[in-house]
Design a protein around this ligand. Structure first.
Ligand code: M6R
Length: 611
């Protein structure tokens, strides 16, 4: 989604802001722009398309200035165009703003500004209203901070906004409600941004801005104000990862790098939380036996890939901890009347921790009395901050839009929670628990072994990349993984892919099987294997071309299929941690073969901060 970068300080602001915007490209965008104040005059440059287009527009102009705000836009209101790109300016051209989010009452505000103040709007966006509103208020207040305070009082919706005025060229004013915003603290240099990677090259000390807070940022001073406009203190957050963690390190794409980082992420997430005697230490979570006994239901709510991790979570928690689990997509959960109360443990899963639907669902669950535990990758994100307990996935920064290492580390958290609860409540014996932990510890090594055969998947993708549609089938946990494999393929290769529980095929979808239809069949659950053989035979009888994924040594499946990918032997329950990897790689190589923009697929954003 939209990315924001702002800078005020001793260096040339344009270069820093453009550099920061490039680091936020992974969030997804369709136009980019920048505003500076040069010789007392506000100047704006913006262009539809990538940041390269904006750079071409700027050309050799150094745009010398000590202050700048920049933006990458992901269109919501109004098509991607030069005009609709941010920054937007006030009627007199003295105020510029950038905005991430949606102003819900923009139509009403727009009419008021047109009728009462004669404002003529130049764009189709909701965001222009912010610039125009601040501009009108500024004429009277002549103070940027006060004008932003007053403007925000009139707005409804979600926003991270940064504003600057040519009459106060030493400051930016930023405000946040339900859209990420951080302030980077430098020496005679201060920054604002949507996300840490934009600033990592320059600062490691950050203020995490909370909802309804406003920040005044000057080169040598940062002040944070609460909703009542009172100045408040904030602890500095020290970023522990370095720039390299957010760089490609020689890989062709972030997605590939992140696929290969899975053994490390899984090992971090698991091993750092095991005590010497092999017990799970849930840092940051106080879940006693009494608490668990008190729960009569778990609700797992998330979006996209994180939702798919929830599907596996349901299976595992019900099997190991014997607690009923419901899984729902956040955008549906929040508008139903979900049966959630103080006996519900609500688990939100989110890589970014900023997904608006997930955040809203979490708030709804809290309102109904549920205890909220979140599984989050980005430390200090909104979901993490609003939860009672946080279980961090230690996957490291995930930059590619297509989620890979976040998914497998989310799965690891699901296994750990299930095992922890099972051991605490006595549904598991210590022996079973110990063996399970041992098997989980072996997964990183098994993945590294599996990576030796990647060329086979690369070759396969060369013969299968031009399919128009692909089906993914599986049963039990394999079915949960099929959904993730299908999402991965469609989001980066744009192939029409569809996942279905194998047993459901005969209830309708089998009508779509034609000679040559590509079906990726996951057959990694030993106890369901014979059922899968029957399903494969059914589709083969209709001429489908079957690529099967099975455990090493499963020759019977090989006989039924046109081609095979073998995964290392492991217990059925932990198969998803391994079987998803060939699907990620298949999606990656197919997308590469099709010449797609793998790390930044069209129409998608990394962090979905609008409804
Ligand atoms: O940051 P989150 O985990 O909350 O994001 C949820 C989804 O938007 C995300 O998983 C999306 O489906 C990915 N692009 C999938 O690869």
């Amino acid at each position: 989604m939209c990315g924001i970068v702002g800078y005020v300080g001793k260096d040339n602001a344009k270069d820093i802001v453009i550099d920061g915007l490039k680091k936020l490209e992974y969030r997804g965008y369709d136009s980019a722009g920048i505003a500076i104040i040069r010789n007392g005059k506000l100047e704006v440059k913006k262009h539809v398309g990538g940041i390269a287009n904006l750079e071409n527009l700027i050309g050799e102009d150094p745009m010398t200035s000590n202050i700048a705000i920049g933006h990458t836009r992901w269109a919501t209101h109004g098509v991607p165009s030069d005009d609709n790109a941010h920054p937007h300016t006030s009627q007199d051209g003295k105020i510029a703003i950038v905005h991430n989010g949606i102003i819900e009452n923009y139509v009403e505000l727009k009419h008021q500004l047109e009728e009462k103040h004669g404002v003529i709007f130049r764009t189709e966006t909701d965001s222009e209203v912010i610039a125009q509103l601040i501009g009108v208020i500024y004429k009277e207040k002549k103070d940027l901070l006060q004008s932003v305070f007053d403007a925000v009082d009139k707005m409804r919706g979600t926003y991270a906004i940064v504003a600057m005025s040519q009459d106060e060229p030493d400051r930016m004013v930023a405000v946040r409600k339900d859209a990420p915003l951080i302030v980077g603290l430098g020496k005679e240099n201060n920054f604002v941004a949507s996300d840490i990677p934009a600033l990592l090259k320059y600062v490691k000390e950050i203020y995490l801005i909370e909802n309804n807070e406003t920040v005044l940022v000057k080169a040598d001073e940062v002040k944070i104000f609460n909703e009542d406009r009172k100045e408040i203190k904030r602890e500095v957050f020290h970023v522990t990862w370095d720039v390299d963690a957010a760089e490609k390190e020689g890989y062709e794409h972030f997605m590939l790098k992140e696929i290969y980082e899975q053994p490390k992420g899984l090992s971090e997430t698991l091993n750092r939380r095991l005590t010497k005697d092999g017990k799970i230490r849930l840092e940051g979570i106080s879940l006693t036996k009494e608490d668990i006994d008190n729960i009569n239901k778990i609700y797992i709510v998330a979006c996209g890939t994180a939702y798919h991790a929830g599907l596996v979570g349901k299976y595992i928690i019900e099997k190991l901890a014997k607690i009923p689990v419901e899984v729902d997509v956040a955008s549906e959960f929040r508008y139903r009347d979900p049966l959630v109360d103080e006996k519900t443990l609500f688990i939100a899963i989110s890589q970014s921790g900023e997904t608006l639907d997930t955040l809203a669902a979490l708030r709804e669950a809290k309102k109904r009395g549920a205890r909220v535990l979140s599984v989050v990758n980005v430390v200090g994100s909104s979901v993490a901050r609003e939860s009672d307990d946080v279980f961090y996935t230690w996957a490291g920064p995930e930059i590619a839009v297509a989620s890979t290492k976040a998914y497998t580390t989310q799965l690891m958290c699901m296994y750990m929670l299930a095992l922890y609860m099972g051991l605490e409540t006595g549904t598991l014996t210590r022996e079973y628990y110990d063996n399970f932990i041992k098997d989980l510890q072996e997964v990183p090594g098994k993945l590294k072994t599996f990576f030796r055969n990647v060329s086979q998947i690369e070759e396969l993708s060369k013969s299968l990349y031009n399919r128009e549609q692909v089906f993914f089938i599986g049963r039990g946990l394999d079915s949960a993984v099929s959904y993730e494999g299908s999402l991965k393929l469609k989001e980066i290769s744009y192939i029409n892919s569809f996942a279905i529980a194998a047993g459901e095929l005969k209830h309708g979808t089998i009508a779509l099987m034609e000679p040559g239809t590509l079906v990726i069949a996951l057959a990694c659950q030993d106890f369901l294997y014979e059922k899968m053989v029957s399903n494969i035979q059914e589709i083969k009888a209709r001429g489908a071309y079957v690529l099967a994924i099975a455990k090493e040594g499963n020759d019977a499946i090989a006989k039924q299929s046109d081609t095979m990918i073998y995964i290392p032997e492991c217990r059925d329950e932990i198969v998803p941690l391994i079987s998803v990897v060939p699907l990620q790689l298949f999606a990656y190589y197919v997308a590469r073969e099709r010449g797609c923009n793998i790390d930044k697929p069209k129409n998608l954003a990394k962090s979905v901060t609008v409804e």
